[in-house]
Design a protein around this ligand. Structure first.
Ligand code: BTN
Length: 324
């Protein structure tokens, strides 16, 4: 968003629903009162409802839930994440948009958000249903100074940010199913797809794709998913605006990422396990060569699933289908 407009919104937000005089705003922003008025008109185009009263000033009556680069920037309390924001009303997949942008040197922390995806991608080449305005379909471009083998840790980190945002912004109780599905009441409400471009010992970029079902009703899911998938609205009975949820996810993500870069994976692992789905319970693990039952005892320092059996003790599992 235009920096002055961003600061203008910050000022109005600071005084919340009180009137702020044009004189005060013009002094603070060092622009004329007619320039203030023009900015107000632009904000209205983005869906803000700003009341202007003679001799009193301006106040925000209603902020929009319309997703746009502007509305996403307004009130976003991050230092680097989402400073470069790309919003698409429609995209095949935000992953494709992100790969193209990354190849053209988009900066670390670029965020791509779409209102709908026509070819949403899930893990293991599955389709990700991305109905218009019903969820958060978003990809983040990262250029982390880590080895390619550590990139899975970013997926687990993303899951903690999503769980934190859901726990804080809604009345739902999220759990993280290894490695990275977000469950509410035993049904999947969000998934994460991490893709990267790397050489053996160097990451060019990582794209973290987040799909979160927010306001779907039951019939807005394909029939085959009725037993497995859910949305925040279905579980809480409440419709949630997506802009504040996106902002919360980004804020938690940035915090977790910065923490990971300074303190390593250990605090992320602790957070992950605090949301861990069915830790301590029996699970069935299907690897390439084997199917066996084990107790899910948590995640390892490198993000692997820890499976405990009487015969083998605790084993690390990196890639498997897990039945819970
Ligand atoms: C999964 O299978 O659980 C991962 C789903 C990831 C979906 C998100 S939606 C935004 C981004 N764009 C995509 O096409 N996929 C990811």
């Amino acid at each position: 968003m235009e920096p002055t407009r961003n600061r203008l919104i910050d000022l109005l937000e600071t005084y919340d629903h009180e009137y702020v005089s044009g004189q005060f705003l013009s002094e603070k922003l060092n622009i004329s009162r007619s320039a203030i008025w023009k900015h107000m008109k632009e904000l209205e185009k983005d869906g803000y409802f700003i009341e202007g009263v003679r001799r009193k000033g301006y106040r925000i009556v209603k902020s929009p839930d319309k997703v746009s680069e502007n509305t996403l920037h307004w009130g976003l309390k991050t230092n680097w994440l989402g400073k470069n924001m790309i919003h698409k009303t429609t995209a095949t997949s935000t992953q494709y948009v992100a790969h193209d942008a990354a190849r053209e040197n988009a900066e670390h922390g670029t965020v791509i958000v779409a209102d709908e995806q026509t070819k949403g991608k899930g893990r293991m080449a599955r389709v990700w249903h991305s109905t218009k305005h019903k969820g958060i379909w978003m990809s983040i471009i990262l250029r982390p100074p880590i080895l390619p083998a550590a990139a899975t840790q970013l997926t687990l980190l993303t899951a903690t940010a999503l769980a934190n945002a859901i726990a804080e912004g809604t009345t739902a109780t999220p759990a993280i199913k290894w490695p990275n599905d977000i469950m509410i009441n035993d049904k999947k409400t969000a998934g994460i797809l991490t893709e990267m471009q790397a050489e053996q010992d160097r990451i060019h970029y990582v794209i973290v794709g987040i799909g979160l079902n927010v306001n779907h009703t039951r019939i807005e899911f394909p029939e085959g998913l009725h037993q497995k998938a859910t949305s925040i609205k279905l579980e809480t009975g409440i419709e949630h605006p997506t802009v504040p949820l996106i902002q919360q996810i980004l804020q938690y993500f940035e915090h977790a990422y910065d923490q990971y870069m300074t303190a390593g994976f250990s605090p992320i692992k602790t957070k992950w396990e605090s949301y861990g789905y069915k830790i301590g319970e029996k699970i069935r693990i299907r690897t390439k060569h084997n199917v066996f039952e084990a107790i899910f005892s948590g995640v390892a320092e490198d993000g692997a699933l820890l499976a405990e059996t009487e015969a083998e003790g605790v084993q690390k599992i990196y890639s498997a289908e897990v039945e819970w």
